[in-house]
Design a protein around this ligand. Structure first.
Ligand code: NAD
Ligand code: G6P
Ligand code: MN
Length: 441
């Protein structure tokens, strides 16, 4: 069986340990011969790299594993590049969230003003990184899930229009499917969803039982009304994520037709969310106090002891496993179904062709084949046309260095929705992002 060479960009990410363990767990299904971690921050990456050396010595000694800050070492000869960089790091995420909230607007990683701020930083860093990857690995499959994935996907589509091996994907739709399986007490792989939307802004129209074809969505609707909605791994989640999943019940009371993605809460209830988020302790603060501490604490312990022992089984890893299964589906032309971000081209019949939409795709050695969802109802179309316009305008702002386009994007966004508020928060974010954004004139 062929074995693959993989690079992870953002090797110092809080999600990397999950990948290292999952590459061991999935070594039969997706065999690796070489794994390189790449990061621009060697201090962040080193403990994770050392952890990897200890892990693989114990569980996968034949793997050629290394970590580096050198782009040639990172990319040369790679078959797959997994991208999970955070442009500006968690401290800038904190600003993306705190600045809008201080003005009474939602502050969030990917939605609203904070998402657009992060989007402009990611356009700069992601486009640069993809050019570097293509210098050394012209044929590699690039799997991007660096956020904000919607804006990054649109920017990469424009910068690399002929490159069919850049794929954009997010795990949240699958996480919602997994939550349904928790409710229904079945395996999530027994569920066959139909989904439409943009990244972090979509709905499930059907959730079929893969064996019988029965649509389980009516049953799910009843169960959510009765029992609420929890992530599949609720026992390991922070409070803010439990609150987020809890909002699915509220959304389905108001808009019962479809099952929402959890991120829809920000677009449907922007004022309620802005007034219920803590401006002094946002999700970035919670991540820095929680996941980041846990991950680097685990590294320190393993490095001190020189062994992993039972720590191998501690973290549950739906996220890493999904991304590895995506690579596996390409590598072996499996044509598995994954919900991916692709150019619309008729998948959602009444939306513009060049929108980057999120739909179910069959994924194989020739890339994703999107499955059509037909026309979507006017309410959803209205919401999505508004947001796709916003995403396109912020990417215009990046390519044209245009303050005006950025102001239009901010004004159009449902989480801002006012020209004066838009200008105020945009100006504050320009100040906070000096040197990390393109200059807007
Ligand atoms: P993190 O800050 O812990 O890790 C990101 C790493 O990227 C850091 O080590 C940082 O030094 C590095 N980095 C920053 N700029 C870089 C560059 N230009 N080149 C290489 N490395 C760079 O963040 P995190 O919370 O672990 O998240 C990592 C990323 O993965 C974020 O973009 C997050 O939004 C994304 N993510 C996406 C999904 C999804 O489903 N779409 C799921 C999980 C995480
Ligand atoms: C989900 C989303 C991602 C997001 C991740 C982590 O998986 O799909 O886009 O980055 O959650 O979010 P967090 O707030 O925990 O860092
Ligand atoms: Mn996501």
């Amino acid at each position: 069986m062929k074995a693959f060479r993989v690079c992870i960009v953002g090797g110092g990410s809080t999600f990397t340990l999950g990948f290292l363990k999952s590459f061991v767990r999935l070594r039969e299904a997706f065999p690796l011969k070489k794994l390189v971690l790449f990061d621009i921050d060697s201090d962040r990456q080193e403990p994770i790299g050392k952890y990897g050396e200890i892990l693989f010595k114990e569980r996968f000694p034949e793997l050629d594993f290394s970590y580096t800050t050198d782009i040639r070492e990172a990319y040369e000869g790679m078959d797959f590049v997994f991208m999970q960089m955070r442009a500006g790091g968690l401290p800038m995420r904190a600003k993306d969230e705190h600045i809008p909230l201080s003005m009474g607007l939602v502050g969030q990683e990917t939605c609203g003003a904070g998402g657009m701020a992060y989007g402009l930083r990611s356009c700069v860093d992601m486009i640069k990184a993809v050019h570097q990857i293509r210098t050394y690995a012209p044929e590699a499959w690039i799997l991007n899930y660096s956020n904000p994935a919607a804006i990054v996907a649109e920017a990469l589509r424009r910068e690399f229009p002929d490159d069919k091996r850049i794929l954009n994907i997010c795990d949240q739709p699958e996480n919602v499917v997994r939550s349904c399986s928790r409710l229904l007490q079945c395996s999530w792989e027994d569920l066959d969803p139909v989904y439409f939307g943009l990244n972090h802004y979509g709905w499930f129209t059907h959730m079929y039982d893969i064996r019988t074809g029965e649509d389980l969505l009516p049953k799910i609707r009843e169960m959510v009304a009765r029992n609420g909605f929890l992530p599949q791994d609720a026992e390991q989640r922070d409070k803010s994520w439990l609150d987020t999943y809890g909002m699915v019940k509220t959304i389905m009371e108001d808009f019962p037709q479809f099952l929402p993605n959890t991120y829809d809460q920000y677009y449907l209830y922007p004022e309620y969310k802005a007034s219920h988020l803590d401006p002094d302790f946002t999700r970035a603060d919670e991540v820095m106090a929680g996941r980041e501490k846990r991950v680097f604490g685990e590294c320190a312990e393993v490095i001190r002891e020189g062994r992993l022992g039972d720590k191998f089984d501690e973290i549950s890893d739906a996220h890493a496993e999904m991304m590895i299964k995506v690579a596996e589906s390409i590598a072996y032309n499996k044509n598995d179904r994954h919900i991916m971000i692709v150019e619309n081209n008729g998948a959602i019949a009444n939306m513009q062709n060049d929108a980057m939409v999120e739909v179910v795709c069959e994924l194989g050695a020739n890339g994703p084949r999107p499955m059509r969802v037909g026309n979507i109802p006017q309410f959803y179309l209205g919401l999505l046309v508004n947001q796709v316009s916003c995403e396109k305008l912020i990417v215009d702002a990046y390519f044209e260095n245009s303050y005006q386009k950025a102001l239009e994007a901010f004004t159009l966004n449902r989480l801002i929705n006012d020209g004066k508020k838009a200008r105020k928060v945009l100006d504050a974010l320009i100040e906070a992002n000096k040197g990390m954004w393109p200059e807007l004139k």
